[in-house]
Design a binder for this molecule. Structure first.
Ligand SMILES: O=c1[nH]c(=O)c2ncn([C@@H]3O[C@H](COP(=O)(O)OP(=O)(O)OP(=O)(O)O)[C@@H](O)[C@H]3O)c2[nH]1
Ligand SMILES: [Mg+2]
Length: 198
């Protein structure tokens, strides 16, 4: 029997990354894109942690199953930590990656290269009928580029430069991105926390 893990996300970019990260362990990933009857959970929290717990617990209760949720976003120092928890909707409710990047580039247009530090945050929450809810966090440091580079990934990846690999996140292969990303990082911690999960 194939082992299965449920991730409470409707984000195609995240879904693909989780599929790639779980595949080597023989896990099939199911997301809310495969379960259209589950309604979008309203993200009313003010922190990544609150929203991750909200998504994981709501969906775990509805499905009566073990569920992982991801709440993540980009914090830019020169913008006092914005877009932060509002990263998905930074330029409006339609959640457009292109418009979000345009907005950030416009806001940073007069900020010199040395002052464009930023980091991605990811909180993963795991909830289920037989466990206490747990969270783990991961971060990834980088700089906001002056313009887009690369076409892989999703979200702000084309404008997020990672010095250790000398690439934007959108220039990385999925394996490269997972090896340094906030999400890859957090998932490693979740693996050691829930040793029997994978
Ligand atoms: O360039 C990026 N590379 C990444 O690796 C990444 N991870 C998160 N983000 C941004 O942060 C929002 C999350 O918001 P979020 O956690 O609420 O997710 P979401 O609303 O897109 O989907 P869901 O999981 O809630 O269904 C996303 O939409 C993106 O804009 C990323 N951008
Ligand atoms: Mg969301």
């Amino acid at each position: 029997m194939t082992k299965r893990v449920i991730i409470a996300t409707k984000n195609r970019g995240k879904a693909k990354e989780f599929q790639n990260m779980f595949a080597p362990y023989g896990y099939e990933v199911q997301t809310l894109l495969d379960l259209p009857h589950i309604e979008d959970v309203e993200e009313t929290g003010t922190t990544f942690e609150e929203n991750a717990i909200l998504k994981a617990e709501t969906v775990a209760e509805e499905l009566d199953a073990l569920v992982i949720a991801d709440d993540s976003g980009l914090a830019i120092d020169a913008l006092d930590g914005r877009p932060g928890v509002y990263s998905a909707r930074y330029a409006g409710e339609e959640k457009s990656d292109e418009n979000n990047m345009d907005k950030v580039l416009e806001e940073l247009k007069d900020v010199p290269n040395g002052d464009r530090n930023a980091r991605f945050h990811c909180v993963l929450a795991i909830a289920g009928p037989e466990i206490e809810t747990h969270t783990v966090t991961g971060t990834c440091e980088g700089q906001i580029l002056q313009e887009r580079r690369g076409t892989n990934g999703f979200g702000y990846d084309p404008i997020f430069f990672v010095p250790s690999l000398e690439k934007s996140m959108a220039e990385m292969t999925p394996e490269e991105k997972s090896s340094i990303s906030h999400r890859g990082n957090a998932l490693e911690k979740l693996r050691s926390l829930i040793t029997d999960l994978v």
